[in-house]
Design a protein around this ligand. Structure first.
Ligand SMILES: Cc1cc2nc3c(=O)[nH]c(=O)nc-3n(C[C@H](O)[C@H](O)[C@H](O)COP(=O)(O)OP(=O)(O)OC[C@H]3O[C@@H](n4cnc5c(N)ncnc54)[C@H](O)[C@@H]3O)c2cc1C
Ligand code: FES
Ligand code: FES
Length: 469
């Protein structure tokens, strides 16, 4: 039995644990404000809030209910648009009306839920964060300017928000109903999560599985890996960082330590899907879906990460790069669970960058992606790891290029020579994302971009690219 709080009431269900939160809300609870658009995580019409206790406080995130199995919300607080309504419109709803941010209304509930998540989560609210909160919501009739104006007013109305007790402040200022203040203590009455013992189907956030196999998945009992605290953590010991395999992309985004280690972390993670998808998608899900263009895979490959796999209590650790044997062929048995990933914490002489090209900025997978980690000593390259996606059947580490760079200075001549080697290591295929030639050119540009971003004083565009007259 799955038990959670939906809006202001406790609900239980014996539906298969793989069935979807969206269907539960609409068809079991008859709450039709949560809309069905694409059912693929793309449109945001189905957005709800999920609240859970993190470090002794309620933490709310906007998520796509069309990809969220109910097992993932056991013991949590789910809020649909109906759970936000008050006697009068909330400031979020009122600003959407005042700025004509809605026409047919199909997308509106998703926008209101996402903007309310912005109110709930940001301690120092900025307009950029308000806009980021709706980057998974699509509107097909209003035009975004009016919604952006509403977002600006909402940000301004949060200027004096308390950072001690956000929920009480939002209740007091009529952003959310007063039942929110009771939720944390009510959640503690719900039995701890039982990770189902007999369920073989491993699910992280579900953002791949439910897009690929929706009809099959909703019938199944699943193992909800995000509920397993033993594999959802971020820790630092000596010079090693270890992440539980069920760490979400947003868990990384929120980690002060990771942001310190990777000062451009948020800039990099912004390239990955959208906020509601990042809130649920796990790093191991990205590795195991084995897409040659997984962004987190490219990120961690360049860090020369290793992963630990476990089956029936037996553990083994391999380099992430060795997980990939061939197209969608992994060095992993069906029931092996990835439990964690580790990498060496970059030192002050280490430089890291991630680049991605896709047709749209958000909610789009890469045509080609790449990450680079370089260690320098006395201005010479001591170690270089380059990952590349979309240029071969598997996510790749370009080891010959890395070896070539060792002992070299960073200058245009060496980078161009390294690109010659890089081009021999890849085998892109022409497909809907571009021709072979185009992908080779893209990877060259991304490779150059790494150096131009990390070492602008050493490399200039004009030196790298010969312009055609
Ligand atoms: C709208 C949308 C946009 C997206 N944009 C991007 C993008 O920009 N970049 C990108 O890289 N991806 C993107 N994706 C793909 C997806 O979000 C990522 O691949 C994500 O990291 C998958 O993680 P998950 O936890 O949701 O995987 P799930 O769907 O839960 O699982 C995927 C596979 O991994 C297995 N698995 C999960 N965890 C483990 C584990 N610990 N051990 C063993 N097996 C495991 C599952 O059994 C399944 O086979 C997007 C998806 C959607 C729907
Ligand atoms: S229905 Fe489109 S994101 Fe869920
Ligand atoms: S108001 Fe019609 S889709 Fe947004």
């Amino acid at each position: 039995m799955i038990e959670f709080i939906l809006n202001d009431k406790k609900v239980t269900t014996d539906l298969p644990s793989g069935s979807l939160l969206l269907d539960f809300i609409r068809y079991e609870e008859d709450l039709k404000g949560t809309k069905i658009g694409c059912r693929e995580g793309d449109c945001g019409a189905c957005t709800v809030l999920i609240g859970e206790v993190v470090n002794g406080k309620m933490k709310y995130s906007n998520v796509t209910s069309c990809l969220t199995p109910i097992a993932n919300v056991q013991g949590k607080h789910v809020v649909s648009i109906e759970g936000l309504n008050l006697k009068n419109l909330t400031p979020v709803q009122q600003y959407m009306v005042d700025e004509a941010g809605t026409q047919c209304g199909f997308c509106t509930t998703g926008f209101v839920v996402s903007l309310t998540s912005f109110c709930l989560t940001n301690e120092t609210p900025t307009y950029e964060d308000a806009i980021a909160s709706i980057n998974g919501n699509i509107c097909r009739c209003t035009g975004y300017k009016s919604i952006e104006r509403a977002a600006l007013h909402i940000t301004e109305s949060l200027k004096n928000k308390s950072t001690d007790d956000i929920i009480s402040w939002l209740v007091e200022h009529h952003f959310i109903p007063d039942y929110f203040t009771e939720i944390q203590s009510q959640l503690s009455d719900i039995q701890p999560v039982k990770i189902r013992e007999n369920a073989k189907i491993l699910v992280g956030g579900g953002t791949d599985l439910y897009v690929q196999q929706h009809e099959k998945m909703v019938e199944l009992e699943i193992t909800a890996l995000v509920q397993d605290e033993k594999i959802r953590f971020i820790k630092f010991e000596d010079d090693i960082c270890t992440l539980g395999a069920a760490t979400t992309v947003s868990d990384m985004w929120d980690s002060p330590e990771l942001n310190q280690i990777f000062p451009k972390l948020k800039e990099h993670l912004k390239l990955v899907s959208s906020q509601p998808i990042r809130n649920i998608s796990t790093i191991a899900g990205n590795f195991v879906n084995a897409s040659p263009i997984g962004d987190m895979t490219a990120f961690f490959l360049a860090l020369n990460s290793s992963i630990t796999l476990e089956e029936n209590g037996k553990q083994r650790t391999i380099l992430l790069k060795d997980l990939y044997l061939g197209y969608k062929d992994l060095d992993k048995t069906e029931n092996e669970v990835i439990t964690q990933l580790s990498f060496e914490i970059p030192t002050k002489n280490t430089f890291f960058n991630l680049e991605k090209v896709s047709k749209r900025t958000h909610l789009d997978i890469a045509s080609v992606n790449s990450a680079l980690k370089i260690e320098l000593k006395d201005d010479l390259i001591q170690k270089a790891f380059i990952s590349a996606g979309g240029v071969g059947p598997i996510p790749m580490v370009l080891s010959k290029t890395g070896v070539f760079l060792v002992g070299k200075e960073i200058n245009a001549e060496n980078i161009k020579a390294a690109n010659e080697i890089l081009q021999t290591e890849i085998s892109p295929m022409s497909d809907v994302r571009g021709t072979e030639e185009y992908k080779r050119l893209l990877l060259r540009q991304l490779f150059y971009a790494h150096f131009m971003k990390l070492f602008p004083e050493k490399v200039e565009l004009g030196e790298l690219v010969i312009r055609r007259s």
